[in-house]
Design a protein around this ligand. Structure first.
Ligand code: MLT
Length: 247
């Protein structure tokens, strides 16, 4: 039987952001990716907390009877992953953390989120996305794949403002999950784009140091969305990790 692997997307996208991973892993693994609350097929959901985002992922795992899946989360999906581990309701065989952090929002980040909420309300998702993507993806990635920006704008603009604003509030209210890091006893892979300006390599290296059975790879020529910016590197690194841990 194929091992289940579940991917959790980042903000402000939905499960479609994993299209290259779906293509690569579907033949080898029981591939799953879900829309977090407020995104994609769940974009009608509003006014939820990060805890409820975690609950909906746990419900999915139970409903689909995924036995000890691998859980893989990028950025917001990583916040959910770490909190699910801390909640300790389910068993996992391995964890993949991509371009994410365990620390909660600082006061400065909280104010920035409020400004983002205002930007989305006043100017709309498209305007917000233009600014966000400037920071989020590296210029190399755009040169290598000029369609990437358009693909992300298409996924981002198909979201609903209330869903995105609810996710921002949920992230603003999330807790610090740093205490769970030394308690993680399952194999963990960390991946971070070498040019990630949102969750930089130095911050992810600090996380890696605290997780006992972890390994970290820096993704060349990539910003915050490393699985989309350098899918070949990310997919082959994940595959090697999964094979090494016997999955
Ligand atoms: C993401 O990619 O999910 C976001 O950048 C996370 C955040 O805004 O903290």
């Amino acid at each position: 039987m194929k091992k289940p692997i579940l991917f959790l997307h980042g903000f402000p996208f939905d499960r479609r952001m994993w299209f290259t991973q779906q293509k690569f892993f579907s033949n080898l693994y029981d591939f799953h990716s879900i829309d977090l609350l407020g995104a994609g097929s769940n974009q009608k959901e509003t006014m939820f907390t990060l805890e409820e985002m975690c609950e909906s992922v746990e419900d999915y795992i139970q409903t689909h009877q995924l036995q000890s899946p691998i859980l893989a989360g990028l950025s917001m999906g990583g916040y959910v992953t770490l909190r699910i581990l801390e909640r300790n309701n389910l068993k996992f065989s391995g964890i993949i953390l991509m371009d994410t952090r365990s620390l909660p929002d600082s006061n400065q980040s909280k104010l920035k989120r409020t400004a983002t909420i205002q930007k989305i309300r006043r100017s709309g998702i498209q305007e917000f996305l233009k600014e966000f993507l400037e920071n989020a993806i590296s210029s190399n990635s755009i040169q290598k794949n000029p369609h990437l920006r358009d693909q992300l704008i298409e996924i981002g603009t198909s979201q609903n403002s209330d869903g995105l604003i609810s996710q921002l509030l949920a992230m603003q209210g999330r807790t610090d999950t740093s205490d769970v890091l030394p308690q993680i006893q399952i194999p963990t892979l960390l991946l971070c784009g070498e040019k990630d300006q949102i969750t930089p390599v130095t911050e992810m290296e600090q996380i890696a140091k605290q997780i006992p059975h972890s390994q970290m790879s820096v993704v060349p020529e990539s910003g915050h969305f490393s699985p989309l910016e350098n899918p070949d590197f990310v997919n082959s690194t994940i595959l090697k990790f999964l094979q090494n841990i016997g999955n």
